[in-house]
Design a protein around this ligand. Structure first.
Ligand SMILES: Nc1ncnc2c1ncn2[C@@H]1O[C@H](COP(=O)(O)OP(=O)(O)OP(=O)(O)O)[C@@H](O)[C@H]1O
Ligand SMILES: O=C(O)C1=C[C@@H](O)[C@@H](O)[C@H](O)C1
Ligand SMILES: [Mg+2]
Length: 172
């Protein structure tokens, strides 16, 4: 076991990082952190409000600061935001300090899971499919460049994805 025994989940919005991260932490009796939630708690407003007042750059600055702190912790499960891999500084922190699991998920499945969502500002557009397809093209190489392990969270139900990750983590 290396990289301070941390598990970091990365992947597009709606891939299941928060859901699977919470279940993983429960199974392993490890503390669970979600960088989106930490940012909201520290700011005192929700993510759409941060985007509205500070733009995406303001949110990314807050995200970078949060990830710099969270990746100093040891023995935790961390669900990141979907765009955590955009900045190189974040990618380095993630790769250096934890076992990074990419939850790979198709755009169709994400659309099904997020169709009634109002909390993901990047999807509040007339054409969320086109937006997700564009994000996947931009980000897939970044997710893969950080990942120690890839799980298909589009096909696997949450519990099966957790089982799969636990098997790999326990073999480390
Ligand atoms: N493996 C899965 N199978 C079925 N449904 C899932 C799975 N993972 C997540 N879901 C459902 O999809 C929705 C989005 O999941 P979740 O919030 O965990 O995604 P996320 O990756 O944390 O997204 P974000 O990057 O926006 O924070 C939730 O309603 C959740 O119940
Ligand atoms: O994919 C993204 O860029 C985002 C995903 C969410 O987790 C949030 O971090 C925010 O809505 C931005
Ligand atoms: Mg989440």
């Amino acid at each position: 076991m290396a990289k301070s025994e941390n598990i970091y989940l990365i992947g597009l919005m709606g891939a299941g990082k928060t859901t699977i991260g919470r279940l993983l932490a429960k199974s392993l009796k490890m503390p669970f952190y979600d960088s989106d939630k930490i940012i909201e708690d520290l700011t005192g407003v929700d993510i759409p409000t941060i985007f509205e007042f500070e733009g995406e750059v303001g949110f990314r600055d807050r995200e970078q600061k949060a990830l710099a702190g969270l990746t100093k912790l040891t023995h935790v499960v961390l669900a990141t935001g979907g765009g955590a891999v955009i900045r190189e500084e974040n990618r380095e922190c993630l790769k250096e300090n934890g076992f990074v699991v990419y939850l790979q998920c198709s755009v169709d499945r994400i659309l099904e899971r997020t169709k009634r969502d109002t909390q993901r500002p990047l999807l509040q557009t007339d054409n969320p499919r086109a937006k997700l397809e564009q994000l996947l093209i931009e980000r897939e190489p970044l997710y893969l460049s950080c990942a120690d392990y890839v799980v298909d969270s589009g096909t696997l139900q949450s519990k099966a994805a957790v089982k799969n990750i636990l098997q790999r983590y326990r073999d480390l």
